[in-house]
Design a protein around this ligand. Sequence first.
Ligand code: X8Z
Ligand code: ZN
Length: 645
Amino acid sequence: MKKLALVIAVAALAAAGCDRATDKPKPGQAEVAAPEAQSADTATDTAAAGGIAEDAPVTGAAVADDAKAFLEDAQQRLEEMSLEANHASWLAQTYINMDSQFVESLASERFTSLAVELAQQAAKFDDVELDPETRRMLTMLKQGLVFPAPNDPELTAELAQIGSKMQGMYGAGKYCPDKKTGGAAEADEGKCYTLTEMGQMMANSRDPKLLKELWVGWRKVAPPMKPLYQRQVEIGNAGAKALGYDNLSVMWRSKYDMPADAFAADMDAQWNKVKPLYEALHCHVRARLNDHYGDEVVAATGKIPAHLLGNMWAQEWGNIYDIVKDDDMEAPYDLTQLVVDSGMSEKDMVKTGEKFFTSLGFKPLPETFWERSQFVQPRDRDVVCHASAWDLDDKDDIRIKMCINKTGEDLITVHHELGHNFYQRIYNKQPFLYKNGANDGFHEAVGDTIALSITPKYLKQIGLMDEIPGEDKDLGYLMQQALDKIAFLPFGLLVDKWRWQVFNGEVPPGDYNKAWWKLREEYQGIQAPVARSEANFDPGAKYHIPGNTPYARYFLARIQQFQFHRALCEAAGETGPLHRCSIFKNEAAGKKLRDMLAMGASKPWPDAMEALTGQRELDASAIVDYFQPLMDYLQEQNKDRQCGW
Ligand code: X8Z
Ligand code: ZN
């Protein structure tokens, strides 16, 4: 979810990246410049006035009170300022034009400069002994911005303008087939395709020529972004330095209640645990694609061409289930078919999601949610269609922004977005700086956790299915799930691996695209279907790069959601296999979830994890166990194949 336009600056403070509010400042390793000394008296006066005097020494017993007064004032100012920025951002994303971008970037600029000013003031308390609560809030204040600007009005304005511009370029991006050279998509002469339309075509077409054309066509949106992105990184790095971080990479990785390098190492450790599952799935999918398309299109060994996996970025492969399944591997249901057959509208899809949450004891969504959300793509203007959830006022003005298609995939995404909104709503009694997820992975995991309960049993309960299919259908169900959940993992990992290398200078602008494809090939075992060069900027064709939404959160969420699901099913007293468990209407599970979510960011994330699961760490065993029956099947299928790439 995104909170808003502040993406750039403080996303911390506003709505959520697909919840920008998610980026409110959070604690983490403080690699901040040593503070200057400041006397207690001076600190008191200046803090009460809403600022810390330049060069004033911070020492003495009264400093704790000063810090508290400073925090109180800072939170109030940020809350006020974020309101303006959030509304401007909503406008810019739902009416993309030059005026809305102008207004958004001004609001974002004001917000960033306030947040930077406050972050720098917070750093002055670095060497002072304070109670853990005050320390946590100060750290969050310092770490709140996604792209901090240095303390320079011109650079702050430039950064804000770049952010609005790139977001607009992505949102308004279209592929217009070249009529002269012709193409598979040429049938509709003169038509330009939106990303939403192309996404549907990538999901459903099995024509490799058309798929390749769309894959290449969409990526034409990105090269003009490259100089903007490069400049954004320069300014953001200067901003991170001014806050005492070596660079933005360190700052981004410092938001997880552990040192930056320990966080990166934990991500790698989790990846290593799920990698065998990914490799087995990759091997099987490649073999099936080879059967379907033949050697000319997909070789039986090596990397898989990226345009054949049912998704514009090859990040989730559920749309090619029909190619991957065995003849006798019937899935228990086709969710798209169920949605279509039920005759439900886009709004009904959201109502269905809401009902799941209210069945767990969450308050129904406010009337304004229904009045102000965007569910369908408007016909008359450009909007940013990438799904997001918003919290505009940190109280009750929550909304989602989607361009819903009546598909199973979008029904799941509705649950994902509502997870952000219900989280935002339930922690809205916390102080401003704690109105956030325990970490950003938690925010991304809530709705997905609920969606893991969209099992046949649940679908029967809500009248979408007549009978619960027998266990013989379980393997098909697990395959469908794995094509989305397991296939995503390396992509979830590599997007920020790329950004971390760009931010720390390991990858210079002249190597942006080469480094991107190196990671795509190494981790996902896929390859571009046509030659790429530095004239391309393929990372820019993925929303979260121009949209400045950190991505490690989605990798974390994929691991965490299975831990959450396992714990909630246990609370619900479910004893069967996890893939058959649904917590719909379960009071005990609902209470456990609500209690954890209500903590917001008030405690380090291991505390929140423990409250729900009894564990204090990420534990990939939940996802590995969930898919064990499928893993057994894949190993059997792959036994005479040469796997790997
Ligand atoms: O961006 C999203 C959500 C909004 S937070 C729709 N997701 C990532 C993506 O689409 O790339 C959810 C899964 C990963
Ligand atoms: Zn999300």
